[in-house]
Design a protein around this ligand. Structure first.
Ligand code: ADP
Length: 265
């Protein structure tokens, strides 16, 4: 869990469409927001950008299959012989205001969604069974969740009763021109080199579902470009930031290298 309290610096975020306006409208209307999209396409950056822009504290939780409701709401702790209550990230946001962002929500245990329900309808309350307290969330409290529909399995999906509480934005990798702009802006690499990496990513993404579980993300392109800026050769950067993270299979990696030669030379 990470908490960003100050909103002095607004992290760079290049919009792909009207998602910033949609986010602001959702916040003003107190609607919870669901962001769908592949890994590394900018969802987390978008949320930190919007939190800073709106001057809201941001509590981010990376969900995993052991994450329980108590991890979000809080627990009793023993401190110097005393038992004190420590708010979890969801309770902290519901009590003090701000955004609680649950990344990869489908990974969390089922009891987590139960806790979210009264906070995501017009009651906007959080009941802490362990303290007997009921918290009414302030106007500037917002829940944002994200998940990657590409990883979806029958077992790991949001129930309609949960997902229909959220308005949703579908994210994808940016268009080539925007993606190259992002890669150049994030790393300082020359625009023509960013264009070539983005062209490569475009080809690699076509292999999704065939040879690769997931295509090369914007995050991988940014990592690759930063290695180049740090002085690595193009080949080294592509090998370590793109090919190795994408596959463990020797045949697949060989195929990817052939594709790199065909696209980049
Ligand atoms: P996700 O949360 O979808 O997995 P992130 O938000 O962590 O992905 O994005 C990964 C990286 O890609 C960011 O750290 C940033 O460098 C870059 N990035 C992706 N999309 C954008 C964007 N629209 N504007 C700025 N940076 C972006």
């Amino acid at each position: 869990m990470s908490t960003a309290k100050s909103a002095h610096v607004v992290p760079y975020y290049r919009p792909q469409g009207r998602e910033c306006e949609l986010f602001e409208a959702a916040f003003r209307q107190r609607l919870p927001l669901l962001l769908k999209g592949p890994t590394g396409c900018g969802k987390t950056r978008f949320v930190s950008h919007m939190a800073a822009r709106l001057g809201l504290p941001l509590n981010t939780v990376a969900c995993h299959d052991d994450l329980s409701a108590a991890d979000l709401t809080g627990r009793w702790l023993l401190k110097g012989g005393e038992t004190i209550w420590a708010d979890g990230p969801l309770t902290a946001a519901a009590r003090n205001g701000g955004i609680c962002y649950l990344d990869e929500i489908v990974e969390a245990r089922k009891d987590v969604t139960v806790v979210l329900h009264p906070l995501t309808d017009d009651r906007r309350i959080l009941t802490l069974e362990r303290t007997g307290e009921t918290i009414a969330a302030p106007a500037d409290f917002m829940i944002v969740v994200s998940y990657n529909p590409g990883y979806q399995s029958i077992l790991k999906t949001l129930k309609p009763s949960t997902r229909q509480r959220f308005i949703a934005i579908d994210f994808d990798y940016p268009t080539p021109a925007i993606e190259a702009e992002i890669v150049a802006q994030e790393t300082g690499i020359a625009r023509d080199r960013a264009d070539r990496l983005v062209a490569l990513a475009g080809k690699l993404r076509m292999l999704k579902g065939v040879d690769l579980e997931e295509g090369a993300s914007t995050r991988l392109l940014v990592s690759c470009a930063s290695l180049i800026v740090a002085g690595l050769t193009l080949d080294e950067a592509i090998e370590t930031a793109i090919i190795e993270p994408l596959s463990d299979d020797a045949d697949v990696k060989r195929g990817l290298r052939d594709l790199v030669v065909a696209v980049i030379g």
